[in-house]
Ligand binder design. Structure first.
Ligand code: MLT
Length: 252
């Protein structure tokens, strides 16, 4: 089975992801925040393509059922309830039972486009839930549900980012080991080898990778240093968020 990592969000050809089992990663910070919101009891997260779509979706819900969350250029969007710091979504009191209409600069669009490109449910992964998503992908692929596997990095405004490369490399490495243990022959294509090599070279140094990345440095300048420590923690959640084309919920 072919294993791939798309190291920047536009680096795949037409039909290249079709029918593949795909995961999307945006460590800083969309997929970390989505995972945190669902673990804190949000009933669903709708990834939106723009601010208007998010506002329109929330407006259709009954009073008090929806929250607007996300960011533009990392910053709070006027009129929204929450930003894109995962720490804001740790409070059960704030998010429990709510449907969150969520827009971010790179991550939510990457999730939507990946669903269109592969035509099947998409896993949402961050460093916080890396092993549970890798195991879910191994189980699905071992059950014959995939021709190949791809992890797509959301990156930053079309360019690669080291924090996503790190997480994608760790996921693909765990998936390779899991499939091999199940007797499935795997082959990494070059994007996957690049990501797995970067992850191996930086093992145990997630925080340093996030702190020295372009987006990590930017987040520090706008007051979000604490997010770097939180999003760099490995496997704090046993949670598998999945986007079904409409919304993201935790897979049971
Ligand atoms: C994004 O989707 O671009 C990010 O989540 C940006 C951020 O750190 O808020």
């Amino acid at each position: 089975m072919e294993l791939d990592v798309i190291i920047a969000p536009t680096l795949y050809g037409e039909d290249e992801l079709r029918d593949r089992l795909c995961a999307v990663v945006d460590v800083l910070r969309a997929t970390s925040t989505i995972t945190t919101a669902l673990v804190s009891g949000a009933s669903a997260v709708h990834p939106c393509l723009d601010i208007e779509e998010a506002k329109g979706g929330a407006a259709k819900m009954g009073d008090g059922q929806a929250l607007l969350g996300g960011e533009e250029r990392g910053k709070f969007i006027p009129g929204f309830d929450l930003g894109n710091s995962p720490l804001e979504y740790l409070s059960r009191e704030t998010v429990e039972g709510k449907v969150i209409f969520f827009y971010t600069s790179n991550g939510t669009g990457a999730i939507r486009r990946t669903y269109e490109a592969c035509g099947r449910p998409v896993y949402i992964v961050a460093l916080n839930n890396i092993s549970s998503v890798a195991s879910a992908m191994v189980s699905a692929a071992s059950a014959g549900k995939a021709e190949g596997i791809a992890v797509l990095c959301s990156g930053r405004y079309g360019k690669p980012s080291t924090e996503d490369l790190l997480c994608a490399g760790m996921v693909i490495d765990r998936v390779a080991v899991g499939l091999r243990d199940n007797g499935i022959i795997t082959q990494m294509v070059d994007g996957a080898s690049i990501a797995a090599g970067f992850a191996a070279a930086n093992e145990g140094h997630s925080f340093e990778v996030l702190s020295s990345s372009v987006h990590g440095r930017y987040l520090k300048t706008i007051g979000y240093s604490d997010d770097l420590e939180y999003t760099s923690r490995l496997d704090i959640y046993d949670a598998v968020p999945v986007f079904d084309g409409q919304r993201i919920v935790l897979s049971s």
